[in-house]
Ligand binder design. Sequence first.
Ligand code: ATP
Ligand code: MG
Length: 195
Amino acid sequence: MLVGIMGGTFDPIHTGHLIAAERARVEAGLDEIWLMPANVPPHKSNAPKATSQQRWEMVCLAAEGNPFFRPIDIEITKGGVSYSIDTIELLRKEYPTTEFAYIIGADMVQYLPQWHRIDDIVRHIRFIGLARPGYELDIAHMSANIRSQVTIVPMPLVEISSTAIRQERGQKRSVRYLVPEVVNGYMEVNQLYEA
Ligand code: ATP
Ligand code: MG
């Protein structure tokens, strides 16, 4: 079985994440997509605005109804800073016969050479990279051990980010259709990202 892992802060999860996950599934022939919220993302200077529990609940809501999507909470359950290398080691132990690929947008592709212990990571996992507005999808300059583990698949440019959604909500503006309806409802009920 080949599983695509889509990690993220998901603060909140949005339609761009879901489109990227579905494109990766179809284009790379993945059997399942596991949506995996980070507990504390290593690369971000600001802490998430929503709690881990709230981000987890929104991921669960967003995955509902798609039989290929499965939320997984291993990074949240583990706690602390969510380094991919630790997660990969946990996954390999827990699912020894499953093959994993990480699904990442262009901003994370660009950042790959700086990932904590990237040379170890690329020994175990390959990456599926997708276009994102504002970021180059250029891997030609990366070292061969990294480059050879990245597959770029087609993705319609989707100009949606969690940052923009938080800002819109802070100004009491609608983000309907930028996130699944159920996620929009959850943010409303829990007054998430309101100023
Ligand atoms: P923030 O603005 O808070 O950083 P974000 O929208 O970038 O949020 P993340 O949770 O940081 O969302 O991203 C998780 C993963 O999803 C990353 O690999 C990122 O590149 C990818 N991703 C997010 N939005 C898009 C998009 N619109 N198109 C393609 N990939 C995306
Ligand atoms: Mg981001």
